[in-house]
Write a protein that binds this ligand. Structure first.
Ligand SMILES: [Zn+2]
Length: 297
C-alpha cells in the first residue's frame, strides 16, 4: 500500500445506534460510526491503519446517573465501569482487526494507582496509547493525579493524544487550550503528546506551543477536512498553518465518523504542498511518531 494513509484519530462504536447517538447529528461523514463500517473502508486499500481514540464521557455520565437518583459513589463507580468496558472492547476489536490501533481512555477520578493499573492491564490486551479529553472530562491536563500515567507513558514510549481546541467545550475552555499542556511537557520532556484538531479555535496558542516544544505533535482532524463547503479554513491558510507548525509534526486524522477519511485525505492531496510534505502528513509522521508499521508486520 505505497500511497495508503494513516488515520490518526477515529471513534468506533459497537452498533450503528450507539454511533448515531454519540454524533447527535453533528457528523459529516454520512456514516454511523459502527466499527464494521470502518473495517470496510480499510478493505478498500486506501487506508493503511487507523487509531481508535475511543473515549467515555465520564463526567456527563456521572451527572446523568446522579440525576436519575444514584449516589455520587454509585454513579462514579458505574461511569468508570463503563470506561473500563469500553477500553476492553476497543482492545478486543483491535485484536480482531489489527489495522485498527487501540488507544484507551482514563479518568483522573480513578486516582493515581487506578489510572496506572488501567493502563497496565490494557497494555496486556494490546493498547498502544492513551486518549484524553480534558474539557469533556473536566480536568486540567496538568492534574497531578495523571502524573504517574505520564511517567509510565514516557517510560514505555506510549503516545498521549488529547482533544484540543474547538469551541463547543464551553464549560472548561481553558482545559482545551494548547497552552494547558505546558506544565506536562515541561515535566515530561520525552513524552509524545499529540494535540488534536490542531487546537482549532486556539491557533495562536498552537503556534506558540509548537515553537516552544519541538517534539509536540498535532493532528489536523476537523481543522482540515473535506466535507464542509466552504471549509472552516481556506486552502491557503491550511498550507500556512501546516508550514508554521512544520509538516513533519502534523498527523492526518479524520475524527471519523465526524469527518470522512477519504474525502479529508483527498483535500490534503489537492493542497499546494510538496509531495514530501503530503507524504509526511498523510502517513510518514504517524509511522515515525506513533510507531505504526502495518506493512512490516
Ligand atoms: Zn475525536
Amino acid at each position: 500500500m505505497p500511497d495508503a494513509i494513516i488515520d490518526s484519530h477515529i471513534h468506533t462504536y459497537r452498533t450503528a445506534d450507539e454511533g448515531r447517538r454519540a454524533q447527535q447529528g453533528t457528523g459529516r461523514s454520512g456514516q454511523t460510526g459502527a466499527f464494521d463500517e470502518y473495517v470496510e473502508l480499510l478493505a478498500g486499500g486506501a487506508i493503511e491503519a487507523a487509531v481508535m481514540v475511543n473515549m467515555t464521557p465520564v463526567a456527563e455520565m456521572r451527572d446523568a446517573l446522579v440525576a436519575r437518583g444514584q449516589s455520587d459513589e454509585e454513579a462514579s463507580a458505574e461511569a468508570i465501569g463503563r470506561l473500563q468496558r469500553r477500553n476492553a472492547w476497543t482492545c478486543k476489536i483491535a485484536r480482531e482487526h489489527p489495522r485498527l490501533i487501540p488507544y484507551i481512555s482514563v479518568d483522573p477520578s480513578m486516582g493515581e494507582e487506578g489510572v496506572v493499573a488501567e493502563l497496565t492491564s490494557r497494555l496486556a490486551e494490546g493498547a498502544r496509547g492513551v486518549k484524553l479529553h480534558p474539557a469533556n472530562q473536566r480536568f486540567a491536563p496538568g492534574d497531578r493525579r495523571l502524573w504517574p500515567l505520564y511517567e509510565e507513558a514516557q517510560r514505555l514510549e506510549l503516545p498521549i493524544i488529547s482533544h484540543c481546541g474547538l469551541s463547543f467545550d464551553k464549560e472548561f475552555p481553558e482545559y482545551a487550550s494548547p497552552t494547558a499542556f505546558r506544565e506536562v511537557l515541561d515535566q515530561f520532556p520525552r513524552l509524545t503528546v499529540v494535540l488534536a484538531h490542531l487546537g482549532y479555535g486556539f491557533l495562536d496558542e498552537s503556534f506558540e506551543m509548537a515553537a516552544g516544544y519541538p517534539s509536540l505533535m498535532f493532528d489536523c482532524s476537523y481543522a482540515v477536512e473535506g466535507s464542509l463547503d466552504p471549509p472552516a479554513i481556506s486552502d491557503e491558510d491550511v498550507v500556512t498553518m501546516f508550514r508554521r507548525v512544520g509538516a513533519h509534526r502534523v498527523l492526518f486524522a479524520s475524527d471519523w465518523p465526524w469527518g470522512h477519511p477519504l474525502r479529508d485525505a483527498e483535500r490534503i492531496r489537492r493542497l499546494p504542498l510538496t509531495d514530501e510534505e503530503k507524504g509526511l502528513i498523510l502517513g510518514d509522521n504517524a509511522r515515525r511518531v506513533l510507531g505504526i508499521d502495518i506493512a512490516a508486520s
